[in-house]
Design a protein around this ligand. Structure first.
Ligand SMILES: C[S@@+](CC[C@H](N)C(=O)[O-])C[C@H]1O[C@@H](n2cnc3c(N)ncnc32)[C@H](O)[C@@H]1O
Length: 163
């Protein structure tokens, strides 16, 4: 498979997982956390699939397409180590979907972030809340869900709380 094929498959898998998660939470109350704004592509996808839903975005340094920068009230700018704990306290039990796309080529850093998310995110999740992540996470109170059809295991990870 060429690198182009691989890149396209990764994005197709990401979109399939986002669509699956949006469909699963569309009739449930709650806010959304988007971890890692990047170019704003997945943020834009989430807001187009779940219009009107409050989406809170976490990004170290905003450099997205200007059309895809959230309003200041919905943006936690800075390192998630510093911003996420307060947001978890603010939205305790109210987050119906977390999408985390925060990984990089630095495996040691990815492991550090995954461990941080694993010990931090749990209290924010609503009953039946989903966590969709580019990294494998272990969050107390959640269990893995199968990925949507056609998405190769290990491309993305999906967790759900009971309820
Ligand atoms: C792969 S990009 C996200 C791409 C985005 N989902 C999109 O579709 O455009 C990852 C983003 O996470 C951010 N990021 C990485 N580590 C972070 C951290 N510790 N705190 C806050 N943001 C972080 C990076 O600055 C980068 O913009």
């Amino acid at each position: 498979m060429s690198r182009l094929d691989s890149f396209i498959r990764r994005l197709e898998a990401q979109r399939a997982c986002l669509d699956f998660a949006c469909d699963a939470v569309k009739d449930r109350p709650g806010v959304i956390f988007e971890l890692g704004l990047g170019n704003g592509r997945t943020y834009d996808h989430l807001r187009s699939r779940l219009p009107g839903r409050a989406i809170y975005v976490f990004e170290r340094k905003v450099a997205a397409h200007p059309d895809c920068v959230p309003a200041a009230a919905n943006l936690y700018e800075g390192d998630i180590d510093l911003t996420l704990p307060a947001a978890v306290g603010r939205f305790k039990g109210q987050v119906c979907l977390v999408h985390s796309d925060i990984g990089s080529g630095d495996q040691a850093m990815n492991a550090k972030i995954a461990a941080f998310l694993g010990r931090t995110l749990g209290p924010a999740l609503a009953p039946g809340g989903l966590v969709l992540s580019d990294q494998q996470l272990a969050i107390p109170g959640t269990a893995p869900l199968p990925l949507p059809p056609g998405v190769k295991p290990g491309r993305y990870y999906l967790l759900r709380t009971a309820g």
